[in-house]
Design a protein around this ligand. Structure first.
Ligand SMILES: *[C@@H]1O[C@H](CO)[C@@H](O)[C@H](O)[C@H]1NC(C)=O
Ligand SMILES: *[C@@H]1O[C@H](CO)[C@@H](O)[C@H](O)[C@H]1NC(C)=O
Ligand SMILES: *[C@@H]1O[C@H](CO)[C@@H](O)[C@H](O)[C@H]1NC(C)=O
Length: 184
């Protein structure tokens, strides 16, 4: 019953097209992770990674690896949005990574899997045969999840008491969703 109150909104950004709502300009920096012996992943990181990699496996695309650099960059960004913007969507238009974000409210914290599932659900409106999306849908959030040339993932979440809102942001490196290019 509580779950039914959750409203997930999905926004997608990519180098060639913009589908979303933006709130603020934020500069985010991170460098590729070359650490050969990363620390064990948190429960949230594993859930983000598993839900992405399940969607990728379904279409024969190799798994993403977790990037602490990207995760730190998303953590800084969602913290900024929480402190300054009441967990509104971030302005991702000038970022150098691919990015997906989701906003959910209704008194139930949005889990990593719920956020990723909201992106993957756009698969229902995506036609791989001609790389097109049905009108009024944002398949870009799905195609970034399964973008073959994206190799690294990092995600962060913040919760705001106002609206009981959860903001989830994931970064992808290299970015996906080049216009005219098929994800896989
Ligand atoms: C988002 O950032 C870009 C680039 O910094 C800027 O041009 C744009 O106006 C911003 N959008 C909003 C809604 O603030
Ligand atoms: C990420 O943040 C953690 C905690 O602040 C820090 O210990 C770690 O060195 C950072 N990693 C990278 C690659 O920036
Ligand atoms: C793409 O293909 C689907 C069916 O495979 C079709 O319904 C849709 O109209 C096509 N879209 C475009 C833009 O050609």
């Amino acid at each position: 019953m509580a779950l039914a109150l959750v409203a997930l909104v999905v926004v997608s950004i990519c180098p060639g097209s913009f589908h979303g709502v933006s709130a603020v300009s934020v500069s985010v920096t991170a460098t590729p992770n070359i650490n050969p012996s990363p620390a064990p992943l948190s429960t949230a990181a594993r859930e983000f990674l598993e839900s992405h990699n399940q969607a990728r496996a379904q279409v024969g695309v190799a798994p993403l690896i977790w990037s602490e650099n990207l995760a730190n960059a998303t953590s800084r960004l969602v913290r900024y949005q929480r402190i300054n913007k009441g967990c509104e969507f971030a302005n991702l238009t000038s970022g150098k990574y691919g990015a997906n974000q989701s906003w959910g409210s209704g008194g139930v914290a949005v889990t990593p899997r719920m956020a990723v599932d909201s992106w993957v659900n756009e698969k229902n409106y995506y036609h791989h045969s001609n790389n097109s999306c049905e009108p009024n849908h944002m398949c870009g959030v799905y195609t970034q999840v399964v973008w073959r040339k994206s190799l690294e993932l990092g995600c962060g979440q913040a919760f705001c008491n106002k609206d009981q809102a959860t903001l989830t942001i994931c970064f992808y490196n290299p970015p996906g969703n080049y216009v005219g290019e098929s994800p896989y």
